[in-house]
Design a protein around this ligand. Structure first.
Ligand SMILES: Nc1nc2c(c(=O)[nH]1)N[C@H]1C(S)=C(S)[C@@H](COP(=O)(O)OP(=O)(O)OC[C@H]3O[C@@H](n4cnc5c(=O)[nH]c(N)nc54)[C@H](O)[C@@H]3O)O[C@H]1N2
Ligand SMILES: Nc1nc2c(c(=O)[nH]1)N[C@H]1C(S)=C(S)[C@@H](COP(=O)(O)OP(=O)(O)OC[C@H]3O[C@@H](n4cnc5c(=O)[nH]c(N)nc54)[C@H](O)[C@@H]3O)O[C@H]1N2
Ligand code: SF4
Ligand SMILES: [Mo]
Length: 700
């Protein structure tokens, strides 16, 4: 395909911005504007613009590596695959199938996520599979499931945002994490709508807000309950809607009424007049939305927090109506699709439940296996990583770099080192890959075709634009080669369209039904929203011979059998580790615009490193003064898990009781050395967004 222009999508975040790729004569690839994709209309952030830099052989893996005499040395594909098959077989024979673990990622395409889940259950027969999406949007998924009976991050396209009357954006810094999406919020304000941002820091996003609430980290649950209390006290509930479309209001109402505004002000630090103003701005227009991201979700009470914000929407009739609703801004490139097709511990394709006999029977038939042979649900991501070296002896890892991104990372790094056998598939030698016994170099976005599902539930076709270098194979090739060596010759195709055709059948009739979607439709229609069933006796085709897809959910009914949404009664509780005399300051963590996640990819791009060269500790001048630190001075941040050091960045844009560190780096500035793996009881999400630390100056 020399010199032809290929319309495709960015490899990084959940916006999945459209872009055009053109191979250049020197072997590089040029990115150019692709204006026909409605999510970004041609705009890209610096990461998307520079993504081809990671295709270069200067930074990527170019050959399989195997450990020999303590170091990783190049090897043939046959030798590398044989070694992995041997490692996994030995563990299975000596310790049973559940001693083999599999860890996936929300950046993997639908085809890869689907095949990885099938590989774990059918080839290894292990229940021990989970993925990094557990660290991402699992609390929002759990909250959405409880309330609506279905989890799709956004129940409407981003294009609906400018038509709403008010948006409350809770713990999202989308001006840095999804820059092209800021346009929808600018248009909201131009149309007369208002934007409220809830963030303990005055971020670039908060600067755009009409009202910025600055709560103490970890108190969003109390904040939402306080707002609901005021909604009731001021008579702003929508009783007709509550009666017709919901269940469970009385209990949720009673729980919220215990959260008096003054009590909520004491917990959150948000003044009562700001709470009242928020309620007024949210309730006065005809429509309004609440959108959450990692701020309120990455807490040990993230699920209850999401429930509280959904309760606010339901009590005011702001869900399942035009330009109104609750949504979660999912994060990774395939954060949505990656949570639907079976790489999650409790899940089968199509967002089916692994413990549901009918779901097991359906998927087992597609897979050609006995339903009883499918294992049950396994451990969640942190619990799986924590069991490495004890219950789990071998691990196959694809699409994550937990040595940097897992909570309590020094401990997890030790657990990984204590494995009998570790195999990693990656595009670069990540910090986790560097610990492996075998590393396999895989193809990347521009070199392979596959589908992703963006944060709106829009299924997209990412097309191959260039030929991969010699010596590199795709993740699907790897799973095919391993299945074959482990005695399963059929059922692991290497062609992604063939996998998708099977995924369509496996998802048919499930909550995330993709059966009406084909590669051809995706190419012609610029994406299709799920659910998209195959028209048949249960699904009238209407004017189409195909189902049109579902951009907007819940307008007629919610997904529970009775069509009604559920209120969930919730009450405030403290974070798992409150500050005390020894650890008096709160640490929160997150992202900067120029680096992506564990930095495995973006730290290999010169332009991005120049913009964001390393970690830092953001703190308020008052805290800096008490500590005796000036701008740029190294500061040690110490928690019960460990110690990290990074330069001080002093700003008035953060609460004086809180410090912030981005988590993109390894080494002494690794934020996750400090974080607390306290888990949410429902979603098993770790508390990345709040733990107790103390600060120390460092002599240099
Ligand atoms: N540049 C860049 N973009 C990315 C990514 C990246 O790594 N880099 N990753 C992608 C992925 S996977 C994800 S999940 C998304 C994440 O996107 P976001 O959720 O926007 O990212 P974060 O920076 O983790 O957190 C958002 C905000 O939460 C605030 N916050 C911290 N603690 C609290 C709290 O207790 N309550 C509230 N309300 N807010 C709090 C932080 O100050 C921060 O500004 O970004 C995606 N896009
Ligand atoms: N303190 C703190 N920690 C956090 C968070 C936080 O806010 N604070 N956020 C959490 C969140 S939301 C997330 S999503 C996680 C993300 O953290 P990670 O799971 O570590 O995410 P990435 O850095 O994207 O890792 C993806 C890895 O897969 C590789 N890769 C990319 N594409 C492919 C592919 O197609 N195939 C294969 N085999 N490999 C590929 C990349 O090179 C990289 O090494 O971090 C979590 N950790
Ligand atoms: S906003 Fe996300 S999808 Fe768009 S170019 Fe940037 S990283 Fe890529
Ligand atoms: Mo994420």
């Amino acid at each position: 395909m020399p010199n032809s222009v290929t319309p495709t999508h960015c490899p990084y975040c959940a916006l999945q911005c459209g872009m055009n790729l053109t191979p250049a004569p020197d072997g590089t690839v040029e990115v150019s504007e692709r204006a026909d994709f409605p999510v970004n209309r041609g705009a890209l952030c610096g990461k998307g613009r520079t993504a081809p830099a990671v295709l270069s052989s200067r930074v990527r893996l170019t050959s399989p590596l195997v450990r020999s005499g303590g170091t990783l040395v190049p090897a043939s594909w046959d030798e590398a695959l044989d070694r992995i098959a041997e490692g996994l077989s030995r563990t299975r024979t000596e310790h049973g199938p559940d001693a083999c673990g599999v860890f996936g990622g929300g950046g993997l395409t639908n085809e890869k996520a689907y095949t990885l889940g099938k590989f774990a259950r059918v080839v290894l027969g292990t229940s021990q599979i989970d993925y990094n999406g557990r660290f991402c949007m699992s609390s929002a998924a759990a909250g959405g499931m409880k309330a609506f009976g279905l989890d799709r991050g956004l129940p409407f396209p981003l294009e609906d945002i400018p038509k709403s009357g008010c948006v409350i954006l809770v713990g999202s810094n989308l001006a840095e994490t999804m820059p092209p999406s800021l346009r929808f919020f600018t248009e909201l304000k131009e149309n007369g709508g208002t934007l409220i941002v809830v963030d303990p820091r005055r971020t670039k996003t908060a600067e755009q807000a009409d009202l910025h609430l600055m709560p103490r980290p970890g108190t969003d649950l109390a904040l939402a309950l306080g707002l609901l209390h005021l909604v009731v006290a001021e008579g702003r509930t929508d009783e007709a809607y509550i009666g017709e479309r919901t269940v469970g209001w009385e209990d949720a109402r009673a729980a919220a009424m215990a959260h008096w505004p003054e009590y909520v002000e004491r917990i959150t630090g948000v003044p009562v007049p700001q709470l009242r103003e928020t309620v007024r701005m949210f309730c006065e227009p005809e429509s309004a939305m609440v959108l959450t991201a990692r701020g309120p979700e990455q807490q040990s009470k993230g699920t209850d927090t999401v429930s509280a914000w959904i309760n606010l929407c339901l009590a005011t009739g702001r869900a399942g109506r035009p330009y109104s609703g609750y949504g979660c801004l999912t994060g990774q490139g395939n954060g949505q699709g990656g949570r639907e097709h079976g790489q999650k511990a409790d899940q089968l394709p199509g967002y089916r439940k692994l413990d549901d006999p009918a779901a097991r029977a359906h998927v087992a038939e597609v897979w050609g296996v006995d339903p009883d042979s499918l294992p049950g649900p396994g451990r969640s991501a942190y619990e799986l990583l924590d069991a490495l070296g004890s219950d789990i002896k071998s691990l196959l890892l694809m699409g994550s770099n937990p040595v940097v991104s897992a909570p309590r990372a020094a401990h997890i790094e030790e657990r990984i080192k204590s494995l009998d056998f570790l195999a990693v598939c990656d595009v670069v030698l990540s910090e986790t890959a560097a610990l492996a016994d075998v590393v396999l170099p895989v193809t990347q976005w521009a070199e392979e075709t596959g589908t992703t599902t963006n944060l709106e539930g829009r299924v997209l076709l990412r097309r191959q634009a260039i030929t991969p270098p010699d010596g590199i194979r795709s993740d699907l090739d790897v799973l095919h080669g391993l299945a074959d060596r482990l005695g399963v010759e059929k059922g692991f195709p290497t062609d992604s369209e063939e996998v998708f055709e099977e995924l369509r059948r496996a998802s048919a009739g499930g909550p995330a039904d993709y059966s009406g979607i084909t590669y051809r439709r995706l190419a012609e229609e610029n994406g299709v929203f799920w659910p998209c069933p195959t028209p048949g006796k249960d699904v009238p085709a209407g004017d189409h011979d195909v189902h049109p897809g579902t951009p907007r959910l819940f307008l007629e009914r919610f997904a529970h059998p009775d069509g009604r949404a559920r209120f969930v009664p919730v009450s405030h509780r403290a974070i798992a580790e409150e500050p005390d005399a020894e650890y008096p300051v709160l640490l929160t963590t997150g992202r900067v615009v120029a680096q992506y996640q564990s930095g495995a990819q973006t730290r290999r791009v010169d332009e991005l490193n120049a913009a964001a060269p390393g970690p830092f500790v953001e703190l308020h001048p008052r805290l800096a003064e008490r500590l005796g630190a000036a701008e740029g001075d190294p500061v040690a941040v110490v928690s019960r898990r460990g110690r990290a050091v990074a330069p001080a960045r002093i700003t008035l844009g953060i609460r004086p009781d809180t410090v912030f560190m981005p988590f993109h780096w390894y080494g002494e500035g690794r934020a996750n050395t400090l974080t607390n793996p306290a888990l949410d009881p429902t979603s098993r999400m770790p508390e990345f967004k709040a733990c107790a630390v103390r600060l120390e100056t460092v002599e240099r």
